[in-house]
Ligand binder design. Sequence first.
Ligand code: SF4
Length: 287
Amino acid sequence: MVDIDVGTDAAPRYRWPENSRSVEDAASVASGGGCSHTTESVMSMDASDTLTEKRSGLGQIAKRVAGCTDCGLSRGRTRTVPGEGNPDAQIMFIGEGPGFYEDQQGRPFVGASGKFLDELLAGIGLDRKKVFIANVVKCRPPSNRDPQPDEIAACGKHLDGQIGAIQPKVIVTLGRYSMQRYFPGESISRIHGTPRRKDGLIVVPMYHPAAALHQGSLRRVIEADFARLPGFLEKVLAGGTPEATESEVPPHMRKGAPTVAAKQGQAAATAASAEQQEAESQQMRLL
Ligand code: SF4
């Protein structure tokens, strides 16, 4: 159950379930190192065994990634970036690929977009120790170019392994390339923020945080999509349908919804269409 703690602040804060517990050794998981930290004494033996198993599985994947040469990206990397976070996370974020700073540090989302991601997480009462963050490719594409389909395909086994080990309740894709992993051919501008069931997983596509850094108007869109995450997770944990009902889909994305342009006449429609095409084109270049 996701409680809402109104507290003394104006904005409510979510109180996340116990198994959103943080993991202090995120860096160890990312690097593939073992861990002998004690877990909470109140944790049952089964839960402890499961966590140990998950941590071990992620460590093994990180080690395989560190030695992986299965695509051309291995040649230009400084460090692999397998991902990091809570092995028992309920929410897993999947970005696109490491950038310059990620490649240097071996950690995901450590640049400007990572700072914004931290802010987004904090806005819903989470931090990196309560979620797991990974990318569709674990090595930096040269000059931060887009990851190529063959590279995404080659790296898919590592990501699949991480998802299998963690078994998150909800996957959030950040950006176009991670979205296309689950919804090929879809438009991020159409389906962002809307949970869907895919291959037994609940996937919520969202814009990449970097998009908001390049296009200020997207900042509030991403913040609004993040704000809805606790409600989605609550529904999943309650055993309800996690897929968005029509009422949860933002009005402008509902099937058959009249567009603003339609209401305002053909002249306005033409202008709105051109504006939207330009905006989407710009978003695509940025994502
Ligand atoms: S991007 Fe993935 S598949 Fe390619 S070399 Fe790196 S770890 Fe291996």
